[in-house]
Write a protein that binds this ligand. Structure first.
Ligand SMILES: [Zn+2]
Length: 257
């Protein structure tokens, strides 16, 4: 912090530089605000998903479609925020450049034009959050069946947003630590792997406060602060267990007959 202090002192003695430093710290503040809004958007998505699952279960597909449309709007807004965050970060380091503002506007317009021309298959079909949402909704009535393509031309699209492509991993309802059904599941924000809350917290404690993810082949670290209570997954586990139970009952009934 002492370095920041001496920088701003020096800046003030050079006249116009003082407002530049102020602007710089405002840009940093703005970047943090954007990050907060992105976190809120993720929480909102989870809440929407739970509501949509309720609606899908009672067969109100019209309301599910409304939530679906809202989520897409949210994804568009999140894309804008992500671009803003990148540009604001860049701008904060270029304040002495006269052309910084022009560059900002040019980059912004270029990015938005490109996004507008992108197909829905790319905008939403490759969005992990959206795919998860649609997968959950699909599983309410079609558990165990593969989800059909969400968009025309979803496969064979040739744009190179490699980092947006998700692996087609299916949800596993067992905890990797206990190998039994997930209880009070938590999911890592970092690697998206899920665990029974008590089991993973004990496991982390036993490894001194942080550990390698216990899932085979995952090289991420697991820390308590990166875990969130996964209410959507909790619902899905209960539904899965209810379904197994009813299948079992049906099998017993058949045997008795
Ligand atoms: Zn992991």
């Amino acid at each position: 912090m002492s370095q920041t202090y001496s920088q701003s002192q020096g800046a003030r003695s050079q006249g116009g530089m003082g407002s530049q430093v102020q602007l710089q710290s405002r840009l940093h503040g703005l970047r943090n605000n954007i990050q907060n809004i992105q976190d809120i958007a993720n929480d909102t998505t989870r809440a929407c998903t739970i509501a949509a699952l309720d609606l899908e279960e009672i067969g109100d597909s019209e309301k599910v479609s409304e939530i679906d449309a809202s989520l897409r709007t949210l994804i568009d807004a999140q894309h804008q925020l992500e671009v803003e965050r990148t540009l604001v970060t860049r701008l904060a380091t270029q304040l002495d450049s006269e052309t910084a503002e022009n560059e900002y506007m040019t980059a912004w317009k270029q990015n938005m034009n490109k996004y507008e021309k992108t197909s829905d298959a790319s905008k939403y079909g490759k969005n992990n959050m959206y795919r998860e949402f649609r997968q959950q909704i699909w599983d309410v009535k079609h558990e165990g069946e593969p989800m059909p393509n969400l968009f025309d031309g979803e496969q064979g699209s040739d744009d190179s947003d490699e980092d947006l492509v998700i692996e087609g991993a299916r949800v596993n309802y067992r905890c990797p630590v206990t190998a039994t059904w997930l209880v009070d599941p938590v999911t890592s924000k970092i690697c998206k792997h899920s665990f029974s809350r008590e089991a993973i917290l004990d496991y982390i404690r036993a490894h001194g406060g942080a550990c390698a993810c216990p899932v085979d082949g995952c090289s991420n670290r697991i820390k308590p602060q990166d875990l969130y209570a996964d209410k959507v997954l909790e619902r899905n586990v209960s539904r899965h267990l209810r379904q197994l139970e009813s299948e079992e009952t049906a099998a017993q009934y058949t045997m008795v007959q």
